[in-house]
Ligand binder design. Structure first.
Ligand SMILES: C[S@@+](CC[C@H](N)C(=O)[O-])C[C@H]1O[C@@H](n2cnc3c(N)ncnc32)[C@H](O)[C@@H]1O
Length: 279
């Protein structure tokens, strides 16, 4: 028991384990994630419908969208952005490793007569000969990746962009980092049964890595027949840190915003968004 508690409370190295698929592709959690995505009123999994509509409106004018604009949406979920962009005649590819979300997205595309290319794959492994005018990664998914994963991802983006093409993505800011606190909690069926349909005991240990500007929510989930640990990492960014990751792989920074609706950049906001260009 003591050793078990020691393991539960152990602080790993930043980004030591990558368990994103346990959160997004597990049969039980992916069903709940999909219901959050599809709830128009909340900002869980996807942002609320008003925000998404405003964002697509802005993306369409900011990137001069028209027939033939090729867009890749990394971590597209159930296609909230992809389907709206395809309705504006963009040629959209959506990549997501959640089978449940991709199936839902495909059903919507068929129902609405939209020719969207959905790929059910881990985007870290995604390869293509296609070339795109715009690459998006929306709702701070970039923050869940380790420095090396982020570098590989941005290099991949650079390779698969047309010259003159852009990346649009959002991340959490240092203002958001300041609002996080270390904590250790324990609860029966932690998060109201989010992690399993069966009874479990859930421990949540939140670790802050001051130097690296990283936060880990470490979930230890103990069921009658299995024990799992899920590591939810978040990297928080200063504008300079974000810019330098893009510049390192060859991008030019076009502009910073506060979010992907094109709101003016503000250091006090909890998020920032970047448009970076391949010249
Ligand atoms: C926070 S949600 C955002 C969804 C969508 N971009 C939106 O804003 O509506 C993150 C999405 O990325 C997907 N995802 C996370 N890691 C992934 C990976 N390694 N490969 C593919 N998809 C991933 C999840 O399944 C989820 O659909």
């Amino acid at each position: 028991m003591f050793e078990m508690l020691e393991r539960i409370n152990e602080r790993p190295e930043p980004f030591q384990f990558y368990t994103a698929s346990d959160l997004w592709t597990d049969d039980h959690t992916s069903a709940q994630m999909l219901s959050y995505h599809l709830n128009d009123d909340i900002d869980l999994s996807s942002r609320n419908a008003r925000f998404v509509n405003q964002s697509v409106e802005w993306i369409a004018s900011r990137f001069n969208l028209g027939a033939g604009t090729k867009i890749a949406d990394f971590g597209c979920g159930p296609g909230l952005y992809a389907s709206r962009l395809a309705q504006r005649n963009a040629d959209v590819t959506g990549i997501d490793f959640s089978k449940r979300s991709i199936q839902y997205a495909q059903e919507v595309a068929i129902k609405d007569g939209l020719a969207i290319h959905y790929v059910n794959e881990n985007y870290l492994d995604f390869e293509t000969d296609d070339r795109f005018h715009l690459i998006m990664m929306i709702m701070c998914d970039f923050c869940a990746l380790s420095p090396i994963q982020r570098k590989n991802m941005l290099s991949k983006f650079y390779t698969i962009l047309e010259p003159g093409g852009s990346v649009l993505l959002d991340v959490y800011s240092l203002t958001a980092f300041e609002q996080r606190e270390e904590a250790a909690t324990y609860e029966t069926n932690l998060l109201d049964g989010f992690w399993s349909p069966d009874k479990y005991y859930g421990f949540l240990n939140t670790f802050k890595y001051e130097e690296e500007k990283v936060v880990l929510d470490k979930y230890t989930l103990i069921e009658a027949s299995r024990t799992r640990t899920v590591y939810n990492w978040l990297q928080y960014f200063s504008p300079e840190a974000l810019e330098s990751e893009f510049v390192e792989v060859g991008f030019t920074i076009d502009k910073l915003y506060s979010d992907v609706t094109g709101s003016q950049f503000d250091m006090e906001k909890t998020e920032l968004a970047v448009v970076a260009k391949k010249l």
